[in-house]
Design a protein around this ligand. Structure first.
Ligand SMILES: C[S@@+](CC[C@H](N)C(=O)[O-])C[C@H]1O[C@@H](n2cnc3c(N)ncnc32)[C@H](O)[C@@H]1O
Length: 322
């Protein structure tokens, strides 16, 4: 089957870019490697610096909050996901964590800055409830979670010492508008801290054709949702476009290179390939079928059985002084 998809996306500063993509879906559901065989036509519309400000209300979050995803995100800690920020945290600071998800990183911040107040905000009330239960479980009285939108933070100007977002901007149609809003609520001299993965920067061994299919499919679904899966390499550009001037960039990897680590990662993505919002969206958008998703899941499990597996996920980081 040949399929022509048309959709509107936003470029780095929020101006509309109209995309037409030719996708070949073979009868058994194999997605033609779209990034290496891309029939994409781009028609730029209007002035790219036109300053469109996406409200983001129609942004679709690619991963969703099914159990397979929450399990994975809940394995994150300040040590394994925000080490670049830890030297800037001390007792008494007021921290806002935007797009806090299940809240495990946020909870670690609460320990590091106690008795300073830490608030986690997320657009999804469902995941806010999960994070609130975690705060109760850990008896963290200086930690709370609430629903909120990164594009429109319900905080006065200059009210937080640290404003943090981890793996959030990549899911937004207008990351620059979101960053301006984070900057607005940070106190002068305070910190805006960001960390984003770069999907095309990921590499692995041994080679496994279904992991290439997974990458192609993830890119297509995330871009269909107006996100930017290769956010890492753009993070500095976004920060500068948002007017952040005192910026320190760094990078760090998540590395899976033990038999146990590779098994964990492979089980996680095998599950997510079939049982997550990503899987549902891939089917709904006509980018994959259930047989194709099952093949990707089996490929992940086959890869995870290797004794010498290696998977690197690079992340860009930024500490910006407000
Ligand atoms: C990949 S998760 C990261 C969660 C957490 N920061 C972590 O690293 O464990 C992205 C989170 O951003 C949230 N999110 C997406 N769009 C948002 C928006 N416009 N405002 C606030 N949160 C948003 C999603 O609901 C999701 O929980």
């Amino acid at each position: 089957m040949t399929q022509l998809s048309l959709w509107a996306n936003k470029n780095d500063v929020g101006a509309p870019v109209f995309l037409a993509q030719l996708t070949l879906v073979l009868p058994y559901g194999r997605l033609w490697p779209a990034d290496r065989f891309r029939g994409t036509l781009r028609f730029m519309s209007g002035n790219s610096a036109g300053g469109a400000t996406g409200s983001g209300h129609d942004d679709v979050y690619t991963h969703g909050h099914r159990e397979s995803v929450l399990r994975s995100h809940a394995a994150r800690t300040a040590a394994n996901s925000a080490a670049y920020l830890i030297p800037h945290l001390h007792h008494g600071l007021r921290v806002l964590d935007v797009g806090s998800g299940p809240g495990t990183i946020t909870a670690d911040f609460a320990c590091l800055v106690a008795p300073g107040e830490v608030l986690g905000l997320d657009r999804s009330p469902e995941v806010v409830a999960v994070a609130t239960a975690l705060a109760r479980e850990r008896h963290l009285n200086n930690l709370s979670f609430d629903s909120g939108d990164i594009y429109s933070l319900d905080f006065p100007d200059n009210s937080c010492d640290v404003v943090h977002a981890h793996q959030v901007l990549q899911h937004l149609s207008n990351p620059v508008a979101a960053l301006k809003e984070m900057h607005r609520v940070a106190k002068p001299g305070g910190v805006v801290a960001l960390r984003e993965a770069d999907f095309h920067g990921m590499s692995w061994y041994p080679e496994q054709p279904e992991l290439d299919e997974w990458m192609d499919l993830y890119q297509l679904v995330a871009r269909h949702n107006q996100g930017e899966p290769d956010a890492g390499r753009r993070l500095l550009h976004w920060a500068q476009a948002a007017g952040l001037t005192d910026v320190t960039p760094s990078s760090s990897n998540w590395l899976y290179a033990t038999a146990e680590g590779c098994r964990w990662l492979s089980e996680d993505w095998a599950d997510r390939a079939e049982k997550s919002a990503l899987a549902e969206q891939a089917v709904a958008y006509g980018l994959a079928d259930t047989a194709g998703l099952a093949r990707i899941a089996a490929g992940w499990r086959a890869w995870g059985a290797a004794e010498d597996g290696w998977f690197v996920m690079p992340n860009a980081e930024i500490i910006a002084r407000a």
